[in-house]
Design a protein around this ligand. Sequence first.
Ligand SMILES: Cc1cc2nc3c(=O)[nH]c(=O)nc-3n(C[C@H](O)[C@H](O)[C@H](O)COP(=O)(O)O)c2cc1C
Length: 149
Amino acid sequence: MTELYHLAYISKAKIPGDLDTVKQEVNDILTAAQRNNPRLEITGALLYSGGYFCQVIEGEMEHLEELFEIIQLDGRHNEVTVLHFEPLENRGFSDWSMAFAGIEDRMRFDIAGIKASKDDLPAKQAGKELVSTLEALVSQHQSLATSLP
Ligand SMILES: Cc1cc2nc3c(=O)[nH]c(=O)nc-3n(C[C@H](O)[C@H](O)[C@H](O)COP(=O)(O)O)c2cc1C
């Protein structure tokens, strides 16, 4: 059996304009994910939180690397910071090629603090928290996962 991994990261969104523009871009990203991720057998979730993207992607190592390379080159964000990259027993988002976890005004993670920290424990903790936060948000947002406002 091939091993599953999950990768969680936070990045700084570079989307000029208001929250409506953000909604449109997030919608486009989800559409691309729903188009491409099934081929790579990748599942995951995406949250926009106070100017940052928080995303979890899960799948085989090779496939994750292929997709993550593309995502990192996307001009709609930069400062991509990986918080979590670990083997995974069972997928947390098995029902979604890319679940929508929401768009919110306030950033819920202290990304500056995580980056400034010298040891990697805060990042590890934030990575775990990010995964469980997205799981909780996605179950709240289930009905919106396929039809964004
Ligand atoms: C934060 C963020 C997350 C993204 N996640 C995905 C994803 O899970 N799957 C995907 O195919 N594209 C994702 N994209 C978009 C890709 O960077 C790229 O634009 C897209 O894969 C191109 O798809 P296409 O070749 O079908 O046009 C993401 C972009 C950003 C900014």
